[in-house]
Design a binder for this molecule. Structure first.
Ligand code: BT5
Length: 262
């Protein structure tokens, strides 16, 4: 297996936008945090920030993302020419990109969970965090993949169990290959999103990989809990949940858990 290095990723990428510039760090508090600072000083679109280890990796809503050595922790700076309402689609597209790259590299049946988790056997192997600048002028999309993380270094007792690819496979994965595939998939999806029919493509590919559609879920967030069946995702990336009275509710942010079949 080749070493995981900046040049190993940047030199043979062949992408249009994503990864044209790659900044490599051994330790950072958070690649998203640095990428946001770089976005503000107008570094080129497609710049990628990678860290071997994060000391203050973050998830959504102030949560912590545990990021020891062995993982893939990176952020991409984008300047999407998209209406603000469509920005959530970028996160969905990147989750699909991560699931695809994981499938190709590991042959594991990675699936996506709304809004942008990647699961293998129902456990979380990757997460995506999108953070936007003022008026959506730029966004930073952070991806964390538990590639070769020691299982003992992952948090335990989580609502959604955590899993590393190496832990599941019993052997390390080629992080260089996985990262190149990931950046190519993001580049492709991002290109598609800027086209007229792009949103429909993204939603279709998300659906094909979805873990929770058709299943009973509880969605918590925005100060309420909603029980129902996750029926679909709409063309702006919102989750559609059918409740017991037959109404279909549109959810734009929240946490989804599968309910047992009562
Ligand atoms: C996410 O948040 O899933 C987004 C994670 C994004 C991480 C990347 S790494 C590169 C970039 N730089 C950053 O600082 N962040 C991004 P959320 O859906 O809120 O999930 C967070 C929750 O997942 C935590 O509260 C834990 O329950 C759980 N968790 C924490 N670390 C984990 C890990 N390594 N693997 C699986 N689950 C984890």
């Amino acid at each position: 297996m080749e070493a995981y290095t900046r040049d190993g990723i940047a030199d043979r990428l062949g992408t249009r936008t994503v990864g044209r510039h790659v900044r490599w760090h051994d330790v950072l508090p958070s690649t998203n945090e640095l990428a946001m600072r770089l976005a503000e000083i107008h570094v080129p679109e497609g710049t990628v920030v990678v860290a071997e280890e994060q000391t203050a990796g973050r998830g959504r809503r102030g949560r912590t993302w545990v990021s020891p050595r062995g993982g893939i922790w990176l952020s991409v700076i984008l300047r999407p020419r998209l209406p603000l309402a469509q920005l959530p689609l970028v996160g969905l597209a990147v989750a699909v990109a991560a699931a695809r790259a994981i499938r190709v590299t590991t042959r594991l049946a990675a699936r996506v969970k709304w809004p942008n988790d990647v699961l293998v056997d129902g456990a979380k192997v990757a997460g995506v965090l999108t953070e936007a600048g003022p008026d959506g002028e730029w966004i930073v999309v952070g991806v964390g993949i538990n590639a070769n993380v020691e299982p003992s270094e992952l948090p335990q007792d989580l609502p959604q169990p955590a899993l590393s690819l190496a832990g599941r496979l019993g052997a390390p994965v080629d992080r260089g290959e996985l990262t190149r595939l990931l950046l190519r998939e993001i580049d492709h999806a991002y290109g598609q999103l800027q086209e007229a029919a792009g949103a429909a493509h993204v939603v279709r590919s998300w659906r094909e990989m979805a873990d929770t559609l058709g299943r009973p879920v509880r969605v918590e967030g925005q100060g309420r809990a909603l029980d129902g069946i996750a029926v679909d995702v709409d063309d702006l990336g919102a989750l559609l949940v059918r409740t017991a009275d037959g109404a279909v509710e549109r959810v734009v942010a929240g946490e989804v858990t599968l309910r047992g079949l009562e």
